[in-house]
Design a protein around this ligand. Structure first.
Ligand code: AMP
Length: 188
């Protein structure tokens, strides 16, 4: 069944940096993902900023006539320069509401390179899954080994008996954008 451009559109939620990173390859990665989502008729949900690779991701998707929803707390609307060209920019009261709203809007989650905020968002959605609150898939884009340390440490936590084997696999690792698109293509 073809996807329409409205309510039934499948949406990928992307957590990523509000910075651009030192290497231009991270912006390129965000561009590739944003364009590919638009090409494939997938909606994008993200943190609503117009800065960093967050902004690049949204711009790339919009440039290809993609649909983008942003969720931003009012306290950082100016700091992260809330994006003005989105399908809808939800301005919420706090960080908790941001994560809840991003969760509600989305079918699948993906973390791109980012900083502490990106990790916070990723781990919150992982722990909700671990606690049985949802079953939505969660992916980590470990491009060029950016997240090798995190992947390794989750392994250590598992080995040391702090993360159960079945919970370790809640975090699914992909290494490039093509793999992300293959996964999206398989979603009913
Ligand atoms: P960063 O990876 O630190 O550049 O942050 C990426 C995004 O995560 C930014 O939009 C931050 O505002 C956001 N962020 C940081 N901390 C939190 C939090 N506790 N809850 C929700 N979003 C957050």
């Amino acid at each position: 069944m073809g996807r329409d451009r409205g309510r039934n559109l499948k949406k990928l939620c992307v957590f990523c940096g509000s910075s651009e990173g030192r290497n231009k390859k991270w912006i390129k990665l965000a561009n590739e993902l944003g364009e590919g989502l638009a090409d494939r008729g997938w909606g994008l949900v993200y943190g609503g900023a117009s800065i960093g690779i967050m902004g690049a991701l949204a711009d790339a998707c919009l440039a290809k006539d993609g649909k983008v929803w942003g969720v931003i707390p009012k306290a950082i609307l100016n700091k992260e320069l809330g994006h003005s060209g989105l399908e809808e920019l939800y301005v919420v009261d706090d960080m908790h509401q941001r994560k809840q709203k991003m969760y509600d809007l989305s079918d699948i989650f993906l973390a791109l390179p980012g900083g502490l905020g990106t990790l916070d968002e990723l781990f919150e959605i992982l722990t909700w899954h671990q606690l049985g609150f949802h079953k939505k898939p969660i992916y980590l884009l470990n491009s060029d080994g950016f997240y090798d340390g995190i992947v390794e440490h989750v392994g250590v936590m598992c080995q040391e008996g702090f993360v159960r084997e079945e919970h370790k696999n809640i975090l699914q690792i992909v290494s490039n954008v093509s793999e992300v698109f293959s996964i999206l293509n398989r979603v009913e």
